[in-house]
Ligand binder design. Sequence first.
Ligand code: PAF
Length: 305
Amino acid sequence: MPIKLVTTVADLHAESARLLTGKRGTSQGLVPTMGALHEGHAALARAAVGQNDVVVASIFVNPLQFGDATDLDRYPRTLDADLALLEAQGVDLAFAPAVEEVYPGGEPLVRITSGAMGEKWEGVSRPGHFDGALTVVAKLLHYGIPGTGLPAGEGAEGGLPAYRAYFGQKDAQQLALVRRMVADLNFPVDIVGVPTVRSADGLALSSRNRFLSDDEREAALVLSRALRLLEERAKAREPLDLESALAMVESHPLVSVDYFDVVDPGTLEPLAENCRETPFRGEALALIAAKVGPVRLIDNMPLSS
Ligand code: PAF
């Protein structure tokens, strides 16, 4: 079925209702994006299409989560290619609103605060970023609640259709914060984390990779190699020896590490004990951020033994 593009919340509700009408036991999936879609987003869309009867993807470059107006202006806008990619995955509806549709009164006075969890890691170099991201995610999650446009009595038997929203594990801090927001504020949605998609040589897919020169792209591979090393040590229940993995990354002349640590996947607090001499046990998340030439990249790896 060809994808349908809508740009207003009213049309989103009307089209979603049209697709859901008459279906029983239905579910709706939401895939929030900022466009510039790549294979990583395609994986989110495929996961949503595989688990839901109706799938909506949003494409909205959210000014609230950019610290710098130049970054916002430079952010790639590729609507036609994005629609083609979403359609190829079987997404039903694309919601691509203008800024005025999402923020009709200008910048919102009341926002979501990401608290201490949003101030660490990425939050250090991007102050306010997660508050802006969570605020728009809260709005998008509300827009996407299935059944909003259905006439009374329509919808799944015994209540509203199930509702799931899909986020990439690649942005691990964002995913952890979205889960926390949904739990803390009782949003009626299940959050599904989708594993990071990597190119064959290990580089995590990112819209920023397009800014890497050939040499920088080659250098960037050291990030995923270091993460894989930790993954192997964790599986083998060896000490993670983070220092040696860090030294490996830092030895590369084009790479400058911002942070590299092993954290609790829920709270994102460092797990210092597991990093050094003690054999690794349990579940953790290795986080890395580095500048490769002028391009800042992030990556992560779930660790388990
Ligand atoms: O991950 C992103 O693309 C954005 O942060 C999101 C979740 C779409 C909110 O703008």
